[in-house]
Design a protein around this ligand. Structure first.
Ligand SMILES: *Cc1c(COP(=O)(O)O)cnc(C)c1O
Length: 431
């Protein structure tokens, strides 16, 4: 099936007992056992079935199958937020004393996880000087366990050359983990370009309405954990936390998600509520349609801003002069994302006046909502970084990040125009 169809039908068939057409909300913590033998068989992984919602739930299982299918992956684990997905995706491949290599352009909280939290647990994250494959290859050693990038960086808007990055990763026997939140599987399927693990914040475009938090980890099923057992012994050696289970033996190609679920989800418990899974499934039904409109509105806004005298620069991969234009053609089929950053004339002060003068476009820290959204990363999402770290992450004091929604384009442009004029009172309207 094509992505538009998967978004509506993927992972669910009409419920055989009730004939419910919508995905039922299984709002239950646990599931009854027929007998002690049945319970033992479930816990021994000899029988299929549900035990406890922290580990698996039928409503969430539909969401997992749907997101896995959208990404063209083998299996998925859905968790309570995108950040939990990023955390579990990397926890599943690291151990004390090892390192990860990351591109410098990251979502602010992921940067904090990598720069401060993982190091305190004995895992070093080496930030490459740029998102280029050569900059990353230089940092790899025998303690490296993965390369991490965002397919389209938030908020920098850089586009990673996934084929080049996955080649570097695979040449060194390590997986490429890609955060695909900004691009969404509608525009880009990283697994088709060599990524091994893909994470998504479902809170953003996939859910699409800014109501419900969630995250997904998808495994492409292509990385051979057994062949690289010296780096990743946890997958092919008996797991003492699960009475000696060997993931690659029991689950074959699906070992990664199985271990993520039985070790990290089970013990750290970032569980997605069944009601949230239902709401996210509702959102996903229309994601392809919405993304089409997001992309078109984004293009119109970028063109408007480019010629506005109150705007110093617009970072938008759809422009031929963008350093990411060729990669946008290759990976996004020319459909640049509706997330863009703009430098407002007047530096930090000008950016703040513009930000505060908006009426329709909402001031907040989120993206991918049906509504148009604005934020000032330097003072919010990336506030914890030093000025130098901010610059490396593509964040500047005069920079405003826009996530263009699906309202009527004329209303969006009118609001941007009046706010730009309010920020620089002497300038006439350009509309
Ligand atoms: C928002 C976001 C996250 C975190 O997702 P939450 O659902 O807010 O926890 C991770 N990565 C990127 C690129 C994001 O934009």
């Amino acid at each position: 099936m094509k992505r538009e169809t998967i978004a509506i039908h993927g992972g669910y068939q009409v419920d055989p007992t009730t004939k419910a057409v919508a995905v039922p909300i299984y709002q239950t913590a646990s599931y009854a056992f027929d007998s002690a033998d049945h319970a033992a068989a479930l816990f021994n992984l000899e029988a299929d079935g549900f035990r406890y919602t922290r580990i698996q739930n039928p409503t969430t299982a539909v969401l997992e199958r749907r997101v896995a299918a959208l990404e063209g992956g083998l299996e998925a684990l859905c968790v309570s937020s995108g950040q939990a997905a990023v955390n579990f995706a990397v926890q599943n491949v690291v151990e004390l004393g090892c390192n990860l290599i990351s591109v410098p352009q990251l979502y602010g909280t992921t940067h904090t996880l990598f720069a401060h939290v993982l190091p305190a647990q004995g895992v070093t994250v080496r930030f490459a000087a740029s998102d280029h494959a050569e900059a990353i290859a230089k940092l790899i050693d025998d303690k490296t366990r993965a390369i991490f990038c965002e397919s389209v960086g938030n908020p920098a808007g850089n586009i990673c050359d996934l084929e080049a990055l996955s080649k570097v990763a695979h040449d060194h026997g390590i997986p490429l983990i890609v955060d695909n939140t900004v691009a969404t599987p509608v525009l880009l399927r990283p697994i088709e370009h060599g990524a091994d693990i893909v994470v998504n914040s479902l809170t953003k475009f996939l859910g699409g309405h800014g109501t419900t938090m969630g995250g997904a980890i998808v495994d492409g099923g292509n990385f051979d954990w057994k062949a690289h057992a010296s780096r990743f012994p946890a997958f092919s050696q008996p797991d003492p936390s699960y009475h000696g289970l060997v993931y690659t033996e029991h689950y074959g190609k699906a070992a990664y998600i199985a271990r993520c679920r039985s070790v990290y989800q089970r013990t750290m418990g970032a569980v997605l509520s069944p009601l949230s899974s239902f709401l996210l499934l509702q959102g996903i039904e229309t994601v392809a349609l919405r993304v089409e409109r997001h992309v078109e509105n984004g293009r119109r806004v970028a063109e408007f801003l480019r010629t506005n005298p109150n705007v110093e620069w617009v970072r938008y991969a759809g422009f031929p002069e963008s350093p990411y234009h060729a990669l946008a053609q290759k990976y996004l089929d020319g459909q640049a994302c509706s997330l863009m950053s703009v430098g407002i004339r007047g530096g930090y002060e000008g950016a703040m006046r513009f930000h505060d003068a908006l009426n329709l476009v909402t001031r907040l820290v989120n993206l991918g909502d049906a509504k148009s959204l604005v934020c000032h990363p330097s003072s919010t999402t990336h506030r914890q970084m030093s000025p130098e770290e901010q610059r490396n992450a593509g964040v500047f004091p005069e920079m405003i990040r826009l996530s263009i929604g699906i309202e009527h384009i004329e209303d969006i442009l009118d609001d941007l125009d009046q706010a730009l004029r309010a920020a620089q009172p002497a300038t006439p309207s350009t509309r």
